[in-house]
Design a protein around this ligand. Structure first.
Ligand code: 5GP
Ligand code: MG
Length: 177
């Protein structure tokens, strides 16, 4: 298995800082903004973004999470319908601008399920998608509003996203199977 570091810790920090500024600019501030991460690694990313947003604008930003399971053996096989398990969103999303956050965007099926789950919870003003890595291969008409980096991959490749909170250190690594 080949391994190659594509983004280091500083690169991840800068991408999240830029995305945070883009969110503020696009929304002309943080009014009604809430941030919701998709487990596992979308959650620490959502927390980092909500903290950065709060730092930059000096206001509190609510954060929550969605737990969605993909029935596929590894990340190179195509998923069926992802299943939404637990949601930890301790606030009403009706009328909110929801920033949905995940580490990698691939077929788009996880995000589609997340959108369904969010719509079941309330009637958000809108939903915007922030993704650290877009690896291509979409199977649905879904795109991210905020992207850390576009990294076109083959189906045999997987992007290993390591985050301090879940993996001990920050790095994005290309893995080939
Ligand atoms: P999709 O549902 O768009 O096919 O896949 C996106 C979901 O699967 C995300 O939650 C993401 O964490 C995971 N995923 C898909 N491909 C990769 C990948 O190459 N690397 C990582 N780390 N996660 C992936
Ligand atoms: Mg995931």
């Amino acid at each position: 298995k080949e391994k190659k570091e594509l983004i280091d810790a500083d690169g991840i920090r800068r991408a999240l800082t830029r995305i945070s500024h883009e969110i503020i600019e696009k929304n002309e501030g943080l009014e009604d903004i809430v941030v919701i991460g998709i487990r596992t690694r979308g959650v620490p990313l959502a927390n980092r973004i909500s903290n950065k947003l709060a730092d930059i604008e000096g206001e509190e930003v609510l954060a929550g999470s969605l737990d969605i399971t993909l029935y596929r053996d590894d990340l190179t096989t195509v998923a069926n319908q992802p299943i939404v398990h637990k949601t930890e969103i301790p606030f009403d999303i009706t009328g909110k601008k929801v920033i949905l956050v995940d580490d990698v965007l691939y077929t788009g099926r996880t995000v589609r399920s997340a959108l369904d789950a969010l719509m079941d919870l309330g009637r958000p003003q809108n939903i915007q998608l922030a993704i650290l890595i877009d690896r291509g291969h979409r199977e649905l008409p879904i795109r991210a509003d905020f992207v850390g980096k576009n990294l076109p991959t083959s189906h045999q490749e997987v992007i290993d996203v390591n985050l301090k909170e879940t993996d001990g250190s920050d790095a994005v690594i290309l893995k080939e199977y």
